[in-house]
Design a protein around this ligand. Structure first.
Ligand SMILES: Nc1ncnc2c1ncn2[C@@H]1O[C@H](COP(=O)(O)OP(=O)(O)OP(=O)(O)O)[C@@H](O)[C@H]1O
Length: 239
């Protein structure tokens, strides 16, 4: 099992009181799934992604990533787990502005201690995969929103993670660009067996999912397996 949550709860301190963000969540995620996490604002989507990415600790229960109990790992081990297993794509892209697209994608490989020449080769390949061969030397400020998100996806996939987590990855994109980004993610899911967990409010994102989890007030209230009608030939790279 790739991800396993057992009776996971999360509370945040707020002044003298506490906000309950997740309540007794049980969840198992297999390799190859394409999961959309839906729910109203404040339902706990980002909290769940933060726990699965080992960026934060559950208040109760257990989070296991590839069999590793996150709570038992120290900071260095967590960073290593993230670097080896997980790619993260944010709504706001989180690219480093002073670096080119190529350097942004090379960055996690450099952190892994991979040589500059190999990192460059792998980053170039990842940027080709997302259709950005022509923009490798551009800084983020010279890229469109869709291109920035594709750089962020290339950065997430360059370490060959088993799992990519995406928090509202299409929220800052127009609908055509969002479709292209989703198609790209789905192609990576099918061709490279990368598992995706995407938090989103967008109804059309759900239509791409193999499984939709609905969160309400910190609980999973619905867990639906779907078959999507996507075909990889629909891939467009003209963002
Ligand atoms: N760092 C924090 N400190 C205090 N409360 C928090 C913190 N992070 C989240 N919360 C609260 O926990 C609950 C769940 O928030 P979370 O961000 O996980 O929801 P969400 O579904 O991702 O919302 P959105 O769609 O608006 O991003 C909310 O009530 C939120 O206010």
């Amino acid at each position: 099992m790739l991800v396993e949550l057992t009776r996971v709860g999360k509370q945040y301190p707020l002044g003298d009181t506490q906000v309950c963000a997740l309540k007794s969540v049980d969840l198992s995620i297999d390799r190859g799934e394409f999961i959309v996490l839906k729910g109203n604002s404040g339902s706990g989507k980002s909290t769940l992604l933060n726990l699965i990415s080992a960026l934060d600790d559950a208040s109760q229960g257990e989070v296991r990533i590839l069999g590793n109990n996150v709570r038992s790992l120290n900071e260095v081990q967590r960073a290593k787990l993230r670097l080896q297993t997980i790619g993260i794509v944010f709504q706001s892209f989180n690219l480093i502005p002073v670096l080119t697209a190529l350097e942004n994608v090379m960055y996690p490989l450099t952190l892994k201690g991979i040589s500059n020449s190999e990192a460059k080769q792998r980053a170039q390949h990842a940027l080709q995969q997302v259709g950005l061969s022509a923009q490798m030397q551009q800084r983020p400020v010279h890229l469109s929103g869709g291109q920035m998100q594709r750089v962020a996806i290339a950065r997430a996939l360059v370490t060959q993670p088993a799992l990519i987590l995406a928090d509202e990855p299409t929220a800052n994109l127009d609908s055509h660009t969002a479709e292209t980004i989703l198609t790209l993610m789905q192609q990576l899911n099918r061709q490279q067996d990368i598992t995706f967990i995407i938090a989103s409010h967008d109804e059309y994102v759900m239509t791409r999912a193999s499984r939709v989890l609905t969160l309400k007030d910190g609980r999973i209230t619905q867990d639906s397996q779907l078959t999507s009608s996507f075909s990889p030939s629909q891939l467009q790279t003209s963002v």
